[in-house]
Design a binder for this molecule. Sequence first.
Ligand code: PHE
Length: 349
Amino acid sequence: MQEQIEKIKKNALEEIEKVQETKTLNEVKVKYLGKKGELTQVLRGMGELSPEERPKVGNSVNKARSEIEKAIEEKEEKFANQELQKKLEKETIDITLPGSKIKRGSKHPVNRVIEEIEDLFVSMGYDVVAGPELETDEFCFERLNLPKGHPARDMQDSFYITNEYLLRTQTSAVQARTMLANTEKTPIRMICAGKTYRREDDATHSHQFGQVEGLVIDKKERNVSLADLKGTLEIFVKKLIGKNCELRFRPSYFPFTEPSYEVDVSCFKCGGKGCSLCKQTGWIEVLGAGIVHPNVLKMNGYDPEKYGGFAFGTGLERLAMFKYEIPDMRYLYANDIRFLSQFDRKDEE
Ligand code: PHE
């Protein structure tokens, strides 16, 4: 019987050694260790043995069984490893492949203009300030010498949220805010760019647009004059748009400046000869400006006998159109990447 067990064991180990795949391995397992397997058969025949021999044979069968089990386990493990290896090989990532590029957006031309203006004015000693877009009637109009019922309010048809609150129609509101907030009543040099809103919408107007505001207040003896305003605006426009730009001051009216001016720039398209863009005049209006009205100084805590200065305001879309020679304002709102991405290149030139 011992011989038989040894033989079964030997055969089993040989077969296991030869096995190439999991399926045959399972068959071998059943053949030797299963309920009807060869070793089990040996155990069944133990009844015929003498009581002394039984434990010996039982022992041998168990030993053979665990040896065969161990061999099968090792083989199973080997197969599992091979399979994993194959899977890993299939799944390797080729790191030499070029990745797919993430598209970067580009800065909007209006934001480019804002940054450039802020840099320029900071270099001349101005502070960059900001104000709320949801503004009060008080700051947008009243403190700028435009009391309720003033006819000049009609020039700026507005979005009122309540009787007191509206979307600001002009960044000039920030003039009043800056003067009032400066409790020490020291000189002011500020620039403020931001969004403004008016209830109008046609080919050349949008209900939302950008403005930039400038305000300079100083002691009377410093004599901040119209000449300073002119010089400042000339630097501003020539730096931003081009050295060859000409400026023209025309008398105008704003309730918060006196005297007031509208400032024209020679047409970038025709250079001043006259074309369809400038309506054959050679000039395009870009800025409102003037000497700060004494009432505005007074209403915001500055003594007009002791202080004076100038203010100006302009539309950002206009400036962007001039600077980049954009023929139609609507491009600025269309959010078309083909249009917007062109300016990356333009600024490098
Ligand atoms: N706020 C004026 C406008 O929107 C422009 C302006 C600003 C005029 C400052 C004079 C001084 O038309």
